[in-house]
Design a protein around this ligand. Structure first.
Ligand code: 5GP
Ligand code: ZN
Length: 117
């Protein structure tokens, strides 16, 4: 069934507590963890507990949870004390996606380069 945990998914294992991570926020439907290889002083990944490979598939199946990723990203930024931040959703390997369990990158805490890429 759509959204079920996948045995070969790193982030499903983190959600299940089978692999450790630094959890910064949790809701019934989402968790937020620090990225293991931070690209900015704040680099947090907000993800649904349910497994969907990317943002469009999550939004199609569970639009309220997709929206909650954004409100949770804002809560993370507020807790980290950053007013301006960048949200990134990579969709597909060609765009840099390496973990196929949807996650929003929350990046901030330093001046971020302007531009799209
Ligand atoms: P993507 O490239 O799929 O958009 O982002 C995957 C992110 O997951 C990368 O920024 C990478 O550093 C992070 N990551 C990969 N493995 C782990 C891990 O085991 N723990 C944590 N906390 N982050 C991870
Ligand atoms: Zn997963």
């Amino acid at each position: 069934m759509s959204g079920e945990p996948q045995a070969d998914c790193l982030f499903c294992k983190i959600v299940a507590g089978e692999i450790p991570a630094t959890v910064v926020r949790k809701t019934e439907r989402t968790i937020a963890i620090r990225d293991i290889n931070p690209q900015a002083p704040t680099h947090v990944l907000v993800m649904p507990r349910a497994h969907y490979p990317n943002a469009p598939e999550l939004a199609a199946a569970e639009p309220l949870v997709a929206a909650e990723l954004l409100t949770e990203a804002a809560e993370v930024a507020a807790e980290e004390g950053i007013a301006d931040y960048r949200l990134i959703l990579n969709v597909g390997a060609g765009a840099g996606q390496t973990v196929f369990h949807v996650h929003v990158h929350v990046l901030g805490g330093k001046p971020l380069r302007e531009g799209m890429v």
